[in-house]
Design a protein around this ligand. Structure first.
Ligand SMILES: Cc1ncc(COP(=O)(O)O)c(C=O)c1O
Length: 473
């Protein structure tokens, strides 16, 4: 069976899956036992024997898609993963077949050009100077820089590796000295704490930034913490701010924190994995007011830019910071060459890196950045309306007014009750929401990702929860 015939079968199946998902057909989530699923999909036999083409491929895809979580479904309200704009999936297909690991230019010039131009587009949105397009070279220190990475966690690690290189240039050769600390709100994404472990600072080097009851950093109280750290003989490797936080989706006050970091010569890292996409909207970009004062920023396209996972960006105000983050010798890759393009590899943890920019590029090229700005605005407005409706329900409590497309709420009763309500709701297959801890309590959590979700769906969710609540004590 030729590739194009099987590819047609796959596209037809996906097209039907997409249309059904958008129309709210089928369960948004289903969780059969893994062993049953492996048997139903006939996985072990197919691995041994092959032959999955033509009608057999069609039947397999039907079964596979029948258990796929439906991110485009109006009842998908769970995790911060994009409901991809379909053209992004074309990017995944083209990248998959060409398989141009573009971390060195000679292996994927088209993908590298796309990544360079996308990074420049993002730098421009932040308010940082983009570098000239190669083969032109920037005047050292005159502009920002960046790279795409496989996910926001890796992007945070990359940015914090750059911060470590700036704070302790010898750490790369000699290991960390033990006097470096990382200041971050307790609500920072766990990948920040992981980075502290991976970079050799250790979890004990994490110092909790003072925050209000919504987990938002309090800049007025930050100087006292920084003074205390200095008095202990410790040095701050970086201050981390969230834009926005994972749990409740609130933005830290970047201008105040940024000004303080500039005054004290400290590295400010902004984790904008979820919320940096607000930079596209003139109406919402004020949420990130002052972001240009940061030293580094993470911005995931596979969250709010409707791009299939993975596609995340790490951006720096001064390109030299990222160029100095990793100092590996690899003579087969890094050597003087007449370079018409750009090698991203010195800036990344990854050696082989997919041409992930093609997915984001095709989303933008199909829809234009205005459509993405409108999407971010619409999801943010929907979250505000949802919070208002939820707060009006007798006994319901909303954690805080949403600033993004994330809303946390709870029904009366214990943490265990919230989890049981969620379990029963998911079993119904119509709505899929997540849950989180915030302020020492468990909340039900909506991340409004699907463009098909409207207020009527959220009203149906409230009704469903009311119905379930009667049977859960
Ligand atoms: C604020 C924030 N940072 C980082 C991440 C990690 O991103 P990824 O899942 O792409 O590794 C997340 C994921 O939800 C996040 O919300």
């Amino acid at each position: 069976m030729p590739f194009d015939a099987d590819a047609r079968i796959a596209v037809e199946a996906l097209d039907a899956f997409l249309a059904a998902s958008l129309a709210g057909e089928g369960p948004v989530i289903t969780q059969p036992p893994l062993a049953d699923l492996a048997a139903a999909l006939d996985l072990e036999r197919l691995i041994a024997e092959g032959g999955l083409t033509g009608d057999r491929l069609r039947a397999f895809l039907d079964r596979y898609l029948s258990v796929a979580t439906r991110l485009h479904h109006p009842g998908y309200l769970a995790h911060q993963v994009a409901a991809p704009e379909p053209h992004g999936a074309i990017g995944a297909l083209v990248d998959g077949l060409t398989n141009n690991p573009m971390n060195i230019y000679e292996m994927g010039p088209g993908a590298a050009a796309i990544e360079f131009v996308l990074v420049n587009w993002m730098l421009g949105k932040v308010g940082w100077t983009p570098p000239p397009l190669p083969p032109a070279r920037p005047v050292p220190g005159s502009c920002g820089g960046g790279t795409l990475t496989h996910g926001g966690s890796l992007a945070n690690l990359t940015a914090l590796a750059a911060a470590r290189a700036a704070a302790d240039p010898l750490a790369w050769r000699d290991g960390v000295r033990g006097d470096l600390v990382l200041v971050a709100p307790a609500a920072a994404h766990y990948s920040v704490a992981r980075a502290a472990g991976i970079l050799g600072l250790g979890q004990r080097a994490l110092r909790a930034a003072p925050c209000d009851r919504n987990g938002r950093l309090l800049p007025d109280r930050l100087p006292a913490l920084l003074d205390a750290i200095a008095a202990e003989g410790q040095r701050v490797m970086a201050v981390v701010a969230s834009a926005c936080s994972t749990a409740v989706g609130r933005y830290d006050p970047l201008r105040e924190v940024g000004a303080l970091c500039r005054e004290r010569g400290l590295w400010l890292h902004v984790d904008g994995a979820h919320g940096a996409s607000a930079l596209l909207s003139p109406r919402l970009r004020g949420l990130l007011d002052g972001v240009e004062l940061a030293d580094s920023l993470v911005w995931d396209a596979h969250k709010m830019l409707r791009t299939p996972a993975l596609c995340a960006a790490v951006l720096v105000r001064d390109h030299r910071r990222l160029d100095g983050a990793f100092q590996q010798e690899a003579s087969y890759l890094f050597h003087a060459k007449d370079e018409p393009g750009f090698d991203f590899m010195p800036r990344t943890v990854e050696c082989t890196k997919s041409g992930m920019g093609l997915k984001l590029f095709l989303v933008l090229a199909a829809r234009g950045e205005g459509a993405l700005a409108a999407y971010v605005e619409a999801q943010t407005a929907l979250a505000a309306a949802a919070a208002e409706r939820l707060a009006r329900q007798p006994g319901f409590e909303v954690a805080c007014a949403p600033e993004s497309n994330i809303v946390c709420f709870r029904l009366p009763g214990s943490d265990a009750r919230q989890l049981e309500l969620r379990r029963r709701l998911l079993a119904g297959g119509r709505h899929y929401l997540s849950s989180t801890e915030h302020g020492g309590r468990r909340w039900l959590r909506l991340a409004l990702m699907s463009p098909a979700t409207g207020l009527e769906e959220l009203e149906a969710l409230i009704e469903a929860l009311r119905g379930l609540a009667a049977g859960v004590t």
